[in-house]
Design a protein around this ligand. Structure first.
Ligand code: UT7
Length: 326
């Protein structure tokens, strides 16, 4: 039976110019390149310049996504931005992007707060809206300036995060309704608020009237991460009626190489099928998946027709997955 599918027709990414290596981090807190590399897989992270905002990062990614899609901003009829580091408490970064890109007056534009699962959640929302006929062409962005909510005296967290943005343009078309279709084939999102205190920003509009700083109970997050990421991947595969081992690529949220490798093993995927960009990207929260995807599409590593699972997990806890044929 035919059905509406959301095909990824464009991709973009951006990382700020300033790079902090692990050796640079060792000058800021008591740490070492050896510890960070071994425990996380991170070698360097990009940090936004003073005055460079989440919307600026998002704009770079958005412009590249429109260019690779070969469409103009007037063709967009929906913008969703996954972020937990908006320029202002309100309004949404997405409305600023719509205005800056020169989108048609009145198109819906909103931000979605799901921390590191922000892109998978945003893609799920946009895909559902396309499938319901509420939009035909959508821009989905993950963008963060996590450096602004990083406590640069806390070695437990400050070595982990980076700034960046990634974006995709998705467009509705009528597919055959099977897994040979291109586009989003299956999505599933989850949450567990009982884990709220294990990873959160200590501060906020309603509690402290400040943006606050990231707090993470790393061990607890680590314990849940492999299970959540595995569940997300298995669920989207099962919903589509395929085996996880049928995919060409697993593109997990880039939080820790040990988590990424653990998930790959649990899913019985060879290392060569698991995408790793954490070394030069660090953890960019909602930006991590679209950033890595766009890099891999640009380099030709991921090709048209490839079957890929995105899976992510983060604060909330939130987690989720998407099965997509590029
Ligand atoms: O994006 C959302 C999802 N987030 C995640 O998935 C992150 C999940 N958690 C993790 O990735 C890991 O738990 C961390 C990378 C955050 C920490 O790794 P760990 O292997 O769990 O280290 P630990 O917290 O058990 O700390 C081991 C030791 C401690 O010293 P003692 O108490 O054993 O003397 C820490 O104080 O390492 C110490 N340590 C550091 N040492 C050097 C913690 N951070 C650092 C550091 N440099 N930056």
């Amino acid at each position: 039976m035919t059905c509406i599918r959301s095909e990824i027709i464009g991709h973009g990414h951006y990382q700020p110019a300033k790079v902090l290596t692990n050796n640079d981090m060792a000058k800021i807190v008591e740490t070492s390149d050896e510890w960070i590399t071994e425990r996380t897989g991170i070698k360097s992270r990009h940090i936004a310049a003073e005055g460079e905002l989440t919307s600026d990062l998002a704009m770079h990614a958005a412009e590249m996504a429109l260019k690779t899609a070969g469409i103009s901003a007037e063709e967009l009829d929906l913008i969703v931005v996954g972020t937990v580091t908006p320029d202002n408490t309100f309004p949404a970064v997405a409305t600023k992007i719509a205005a800056k890109l020169g989108c048609r007056h009145g198109i819906p534009a909103f931000d979605l707060s799901a921390a590191c699962s922000g892109f998978v959640y945003s893609l799920t929302m946009a895909d559902n809206m396309l499938r319901l006929g509420q939009a035909k062409t959508a821009l989905v962005i993950g963008a963060e300036t996590l450096s602004r909510v990083t406590d640069w005296t806390d070695r437990n967290t400050c070595v982990l995060f980076g700034d960046g943005a990634g974006a995709v343009v998705i467009r509705a078309y009528e597919g055959k309704g099977d897994t040979t279709d291109r586009g989003v084939l299956s999505t599933k999102i989850f949450s567990d608020g009982a884990q709220y205190d294990n990873l959160y920003c200590k501060g906020g509009v309603s509690s402290t009237q400040t943006a606050g700083f990231t707090f993470m109970n790393g061990k607890e997050v680590f314990k849940s991460a492999i299970g959540c990421l595995t569940q997300a991947a298995e669920t989207v595969a099962e919903q589509a009626g395929i085996k996880v081992t049928d995919i060409d690529w697993l593109l997990p949220h880039q939080a820790n190489i040990r988590i990424i490798e653990g998930v790959g093993k649990k899913l019985e995927l060879p290392e060569s099928k698991v995408i790793v960009t954490i070394d030069h990207q660090a953890n960019t929260s909602a930006a991590s998946i679209p950033l890595a995807l766009s890099e891999c599409l640009e380099s030709g590593k991921i090709k048209k027709g490839d079957l890929i699972i995105f899976n992510s997990m983060g604060a909330g806890f939130t987690w989720g997955g998407a099965l997509v044929r590029i």
